[in-house]
Design a protein around this ligand. Structure first.
Ligand SMILES: Cc1ncc(COP(=O)(O)O)c(C=O)c1O
Length: 386
């Protein structure tokens, strides 16, 4: 039987990592021990009290039913406290916070809520591939805006403002930026809110890396007036080592969140209550949690710098987030060529920057989600293979 897929899937390809993981699995099945330095899935566990909360709560008979579509009040309150404590942003836990099953699904919900054929959406190049993949599913047209090293990896809002933006409904931004490791800037956020107001564009900041190797967590919503024109996604995946748990949130004004909930409430039926309780616990962790986490990432990052030096790559040492972004040396045509050669010769997988868009083609991205011992082993292999 040959069942045709819906035409909306026509342009959407299988996620790059999904394909690459299959290739790596195949190499491993052939007996090759591949070190995967590609994916940003934290290898460290959540805090013990978070796991204990999940454990306790899931032992209680009353905690296994369907949950409300907008999360338990304790979780919304915990997100509100987290935003007040770390970002100096006041959010009403009853109306301005929507818990999500990870921020990735939020990208889908927001896109399905607002975008359709005839609309345009501004997407960063390079950027997280989901913004474009989901936009394609909605039928909207993607307009890439370039992030370039010589502009500090920020969009040129003046140049963008000269273009006809009348069909643009949404602009995705992501600071701290993945993959370039650029921290957020108050000045840029403030310019962005002016830009959004002037051009009547809804801005969404995707903010999952605020706490990783970043001294100053910043929220777009801290800019006065931002709530009128912007929303923000956040996540416990990286900040609390809970990527597999699927816990995130969308913050924004009541009317926006009600729009999004109209779509989302037709897709899922809430999050497992014990998980929400454990997520609330995670959000209340003291500063030492983030300090300890970042001490580990700092040690790893110096190993990654050594590995990149060995490959002849160049990079900024003041990057933030869970990756190091580095420019490929001249003898390689692009990051794909370097990535392929390192995989083939040293059995080490490094992400080619081109998967994040054409502006990322000369780059590679190394994840910090492996132990120092793994990075040392990768360095040894690269030293002997090259
Ligand atoms: C920029 C960016 N946004 C969103 C996500 C998805 O995060 P979550 O686990 O909250 O869905 C990722 C994950 O890698 C990411 O890099």
């Amino acid at each position: 039987m040959n069942i045709q897929t819906a035409s909306r899937l026509g342009q959407v390809e299988e996620y790059y990592f999904s394909r690459k993981l299959r290739e790596i699995a195949q190499m491993r099945a052939e007996g090759k021990d591949v070190l995967n330095l590609g994916i940003g899935s934290p290898d460290l566990p959540p805090a013990p009290e978070v796991i204990e909360t999940l454990h306790q709560a899931s032992s209680s008979a009353g905690n296994h039913g369907y949950q409300s579509y907008n999360g338990i009040p304790e979780l919304r309150q915990a997100f509100a406290d987290w935003y007040r404590n770390w970002f100096e942003v006041e959010l009403d836990p009853n109306t301005e916070i929507l818990p999500l099953i990870g921020s990735k699904e939020g990208i889908m919900h927001i896109s399905m809520t607002y975008l359709e054929a005839g609309d345009e959406v501004l997407v960063p190049n390079p950027g997280y591939p989901t913004y474009s993949a989901v936009a394609r599913l909605t039928g909207a047209s993607i307009r890439h805006y370039n992030l370039e090293a010589d502009k500090g990896w920020f969009p040129d809002l003046d140049a963008l403002g000269q273009e006809d933006l009348s069909k643009v409904k949404i602009m995705w931004i992501n600071y701290p930026n993945m993959p370039t490791g650029t921290p957020a800037s108050k000045e840029f956020f403030s310019d962005l809110v002016d830009f959004a107001r002037k051009h009547e564009i809804l801005i969404i900041n995707d903010n999952p890396y605020a706490f990783i190797l970043n001294d100053e967590p910043l929220s777009l919503l801290s800019v006065p007036g931002a709530m009128d024109v912007a929303m923000e996604l956040n996540s416990l995946s990286k900040s609390h080592n809970m990527a597999g748990w699927r816990a995130g949130m969308l913050a924004g004004k009541k009317e926006f969140l009600q729009d999004v909930l109209r779509f989302k409430s037709n897709m899922d039926s809430g999050m497992f209550r014990p998980l929400q309780m454990a997520a609330a616990k995670a959000l209340s962790l003291p500063e030492s949690w983030y300090r300890d986490l970042n001490a580990v990432y700092t040690g790893r990052r110096s190993k990654v710098f050594a590995l990149l030096d060995q490959l002849g790559c160049t990079y900024n040492t003041d990057q933030v987030g869970m990756f190091v972004w580095a420019e490929t040396p001249e003898q390689y045509p692009d990051g794909y060529a370097l990535s392929d050669e390192v995989l083939e010769k040293a059995h080490v997988f490094i992400t080619p920057g081109g998967i994040f868009g054409s502006s990322g083609t000369p780059y590679i991205r190394v994840s910090l989600c492996s132990t120092e011992a793994v990075f040392a082993e990768a360095l040894d292999r690269i030293k002997s293979a090259f």
